[in-house]
Design a protein around this ligand. Structure first.
Ligand code: FAD
Length: 285
């Protein structure tokens, strides 16, 4: 892989809750700037629980990094008025990229579901209210969304989001490249022609990864689970093995035509940088 190819590299953060976390994210972001990412994105807590911190983090990145910041915006539990206010605030701060999502109900939440049912309604709302101002990213699922009634329905609903005005998609993470390629083929069959950027989760901790995967429906293949489990307390060994596995996954994806890579960094730079180095993505290193 050469740097002349214009790959869409992006890195995802969550908004830190503490001053220490803010400092750590600042360092992480500075380290990752060597990747010359298309954007840094910042997640939005379920039901809007991190709304202010997402906003603060996005503003800080946009103002100080020299790279685009893209807030995630989930609509579940929200109102048109609230979403419009957020969009206007982002516009006023020079943000022109957004990751538009339905989101999940926080566990134990008995609140109102809000005025938006699905992400396609949010995308449509953003386009109606702000025209072409925002470049809109949406979510895609190579292993299908856990609530999908059928694979066909999931793909048809994905197409609705694209028709509502999405410009690009980022996938849920996965460790099975064939699932991604199959998704891309299915999109081509449906005349969906936006870029679908694979979401990449570096492997840093087996228990944490297993927990995430059980929640979001991303599969850790049996062989990989068994191997990761065998590392037990050998964190360094596990991470080195994880870098090798994920680098090979990325190589296959890029060789197969993936338009870029979106790294779920969990606010840590080390593993993303190691994978990127193996892939030859570091500019001027
Ligand atoms: P949708 O596209 O609305 O799909 C959700 C489900 O509804 C699917 O099963 C789909 O098949 C079905 N569906 C879609 N449209 C319709 C329709 N019109 N009628 C009937 N059924 C429909 N969550 C957060 O809370 N904060 C984040 O910051 C965040 N960032 C994410 C980033 C990425 C790249 C990804 C892949 C996920 C992220 N998530 C985040 C998780 C996401 O919010 C959940 O996966 C959520 O359950 C679905 O969101 P969605 O936008 O894909 O929803």
């Amino acid at each position: 892989m050469t740097t002349e190819q214009t790959l869409a590299i992006s890195c995802e953060f969550f908004p830190p809750r503490t001053d220490k976390g803010v400092l750590k994210l600042h360092q992480t972001r500075e380290q990752l700037q060597i990747l010359h990412p298309t954007f840094f994105s910042v997640t939005f807590g379920a039901g809007g629980s991190t709304q202010e911190k997402t906003f603060e983090t996005v503003k800080e990145i946009q103002k100080h990094s020299g790279f685009d910041a893209a807030p995630h915006l989930s609509c579940i539990g929200s109102t048109r008025e609230n979403i419009l206010k957020l969009l206007q605030d982002y516009q006023a701060h020079g943000i022109h990229r957004i990751v538009a999502l339905r989101g999940d109900k926080p566990s134990g939440w008995a609140g109102h579901l809000g005025e938006f049912r699905h992400a396609n309604e949010l995308v449509e709302f953003i386009r109606t209210e702000t025209g072409k101002h925002f470049f809109i990213e949406v979510a895609a699922y190579p292993e299908f969304h856990p609530e999908a009634h059928s694979t066909k329905a999931d793909l048809d609903f994905f197409k609705q989001k694209v028709q509502a005005g999405a410009d690009s998609a980022i996938t849920q993470y996965f460790y099975n490249a064939d699932a991604y390629f199959r998704l891309v083929d299915n999109c081509v069959e449906r005349d969906i022609d936006i870029p679908i950027v694979p979401g990449i989760m570096p492997i840093s901790n087996y228990e944490q990864l297993a927990r995430f995967s059980d929640t979001c429906g991303a599969e850790i293949p049996r062989w990989l689970r068994r191997r990761l489990k065998d590392f037990e307390d050998d964190k360094e060994g596990l991470q080195a093995f994880g870098v090798d596995v994920v680098t090979k996954l990325c190589e296959r994806l890029l060789e197969g035509g993936a338009p870029g890579l979106h790294f779920y960094t969990l606010n840590q730079a080390k593993l993303t940088l190691e994978i990127a180095t193996h892939l030859g993505l570091i500019v001027n290193a």
